[in-house]
Design a protein around this ligand. Sequence first.
Ligand code: PEP
Length: 250
Amino acid sequence: MRKKIVAGNWKMNNDLAETQELLSNLKMQLVKKPEAEVMVAPPFTNLHEAFKSLKDTPVIVAAQNMHQNENGAFTGEVSAKMLKSIGVETVILGHSERRAHFHETNEILAEKVNAALNNEVKVIFCFGEELKDRQSEKHFDVVAKQLKESLYHIADASWENIILAYEPVWAIGTGETASPEQAQEMHAFIRKNISEAFNENIAQEVSILYGGSVKPANASEIFAKEDVDGGLIGGASLKAVDFLEIVNAF
Ligand code: PEP
């Protein structure tokens, strides 16, 4: 049975002291073991602090990005091998902000996926259409292309290390959420697309998260949809109380 997962993407927020406060609030309010697998992705500078603080909890610490090369002259970058060496076992790849601001293409993301898998780092692979794609009814085509060009080269066995996060760009950080029906429609499409490219078993086993302005007020409705296995949460993951309400919204 596929896993339910809620992951918090902290983006470029919180210095060390603010991170310590958020971590301590999370731990304090995490009173029962959640039904979902819970992850948080702090910026690189706070990964160590998050590990230290969350070591006796079920919360998994993930990274927000990595470079596709193992080492070399890539000033400012961090590799999968480096992440793995400090205990990071999951990385977010393909976030729309990285695609938009750092020019990450489907081809670059395919290389990053390979680098992560080669280092036994699980991937939360983000993808989703822009507003113009939805308005011109190209959203299914755009999503199919993102998946095909960045992911469909992997071996069947690698799918157990992939988590998908469908994040319509028009819903990220905008307060505008896809309706539960829109999310379900796209998640069902994604599963069908994977089934055709690989097989039905892989399609049924992969967790597909929804991301885009998920809040405590709308999480239950979205998570109740058959093909939605949880969420990738940006803004609302920065407040422990809101994040945990989302974690417990199944
Ligand atoms: C995200 O950054 O992945 C995200 C979904 O952000 P938000 O929840 O703030 O829309």
